[in-house]
Design a protein around this ligand. Structure first.
Ligand SMILES: O=C(O)C1=C[C@@H](OP(=O)(O)O)[C@@H](O)[C@H](O)C1
Ligand SMILES: C=C(OP(=O)(O)O)C(=O)O
Length: 404
């Protein structure tokens, strides 16, 4: 299926309730599995959250998480810590190409019995009953923060807690901080110093009711829409100034692209400012906010400014190789794009090519990042249903903003 998009207007008025953060939701679901008294309000309606919930409720010994990276990593640690029955943990074809060796090694070092069902280092995993007898482990932190969050989430249930040493340069740090913050709210004693994190055993939580904040990564597409529109007035209820999500950095970044964020009593309001002082070249290090990379690159294409995005070393192992996918699709519009293993440089098109067919590579963020370009030119998005991974209502929200 392909969806043709064009803007009915170039001024966007919209109020949209974005669902709960999938990162917060998936952490809280694991914690709830350990501490069933926890109640979660505003859980994400994303497919990634649905699959995790289902796997936790499922009484069969096969769990299939589809494309959900957090579900795969968090469940690997969760099932390894359970020591009850053997579990076969699998995912989509792409999931079977996303590395998990660092986490499996760390869990094995703690005492887990895990085997690879197909290829060494990749899902599916066969997780056998075994007690986690050790409480100290160290692992490289430069590939995915999800391995570390996975260990942190099981830490308060280990008799002696866990001490986790991080080697290499820590990537996607705000996601580790989000996990630690939730553990702290729960009542777990944590300490993060000199690349060592320790979490103590926690018998009972001191807090039972958790409210998931709306998803800042989903909000990023409205920032792009505002940046590309002549005028925009977009209200997104529920967002807070102090978020656990690193992707709230989008508000700072889009200031440079003419979008002003006001925090109101009910949430945020995005307004387009007069566009007279765009940077000639937008330079950003996105190692803390990798999920914003596609959105920002496409905004720059639409605004006809060049950009130099760094810190993108994790993009190759996400839902698709996002660096290659961006290069291929941005160049269809006439841009010139250079990529390395951790950076992307975009030189915009003199004139945007019209009616481009954007391939999405089973990556929700490819579809959502390119969609706002419809404000500038008519485009086609292939396999638009991919958005359900994180934002099932995305096309409805876009239609409400006047993009059909
Ligand atoms: O912990 C999380 O919720 C996430 C961590 C990030 O992954 P990496 O740590 O692999 O970069 C991010 O890209 C992903 O969408 C969600
Ligand atoms: C990378 C992402 O998710 P995950 O790694 O959890 O599949 C994402 O949502 O952009």
């Amino acid at each position: 299926m392909t969806r043709q998009l064009s803007a009915l207007q170039s001024q966007n008025e919209l109020e949209w309730q974005i669902s709960g953060s999938k990162s917060e939701s998936n952490r809280l679901l694991i914690l709830q599995a350990f501490y069933p008294q926890i109640k979660i309000a505003n859980l994400s309606n994303s497919n990634d959250t649905q699959v995790l919930k289902k796997a936790l409720q499922n009484s069969s010994n096969i769990a299939d998480v589809g494309h959900a990276g957090t579900a795969m990593r968090f469940l690997a640690a969760y099932f390894a810590s359970q020591a009850t029955a053997e579990v076969f943990l699998t995912g989509s074809q792409r999931m079977q190409e996303r590395p998990i060796k660092i986490l499996v090694e760390a869990l094995r070092n703690l005492g887990a019995k895990i085997e690879y069902a197909k290829q060494e280092g990749f899902p599916p995993l066969v997780i056998k009953p075994a007690a986690l007898t050790k409480s100290k482990v160290s692992l490289p932190a430069n590939i995915s923060s999800q391995y570390i969050s996975a260990l942190l989430l099981i830490a308060p249930r280990q008799k002696n807690g866990l001490q986790i040493g991080l080697t290499q340069t820590v990537t996607s740090l705000p996601y580790i901080e989000m996990t630690l913050n939730l553990l702290q709210q729960l009542g777990a004693k944590i300490n993060f110093q000199n690349n060592t994190i320790s979490v103590d055993y926690l018998k009972e939580p001191i807090k039972n009711n958790f409210q998931v904040e709306p998803d800042w990564s989903s909000a990023s597409y409205f920032y792009s829409l505002a940046a590309l529109s002549k005028t925009a007035n977009i209200s997104l209820p529920g967002f807070l100034k102090n978020s656990l999500q690193g992707d709230m950095q989008v508000a700072e970044i889009y200031k440079q692209l003419g979008v002003k964020t006001s925090f109101t009593e009910t949430g945020i309001r995005l307004k387009k400012q007069a566009a007279n002082n765009y940077p000639k070249n937008l330079e950003l290090d996105l190692s803390n906010t990798p999920d914003l990379a596609q959105t920002i690159a496409v905004s720059c294409l639409g605004l006809n400014i060049s950009c130099n995005l760094k810190g993108l070393h994790t993009l190759k192992i996400k839902e698709t190789d996002r660096l290659q996918a961006l290069k291929t699709e941005l160049e269809k519009f006439g841009a010139k794009v250079n990529i390395t293993s951790d950076s992307l440089q975009l030189l915009p098109a003199e004139k945007l090519v019209e009616n481009v067919q954007v391939e999405t590579y089973q990556d929700h963020r490819m579809a959502m990042a390119f969609a706002p370009l419809a404000v500038k030119t008519s485009i086609y998005i292939q396999n638009p249903e991919v958005v359900k991974k994180s934002f099932p209502d995305f096309w409805k929200a876009l239609a409400a903003a006047g993009i059909r």
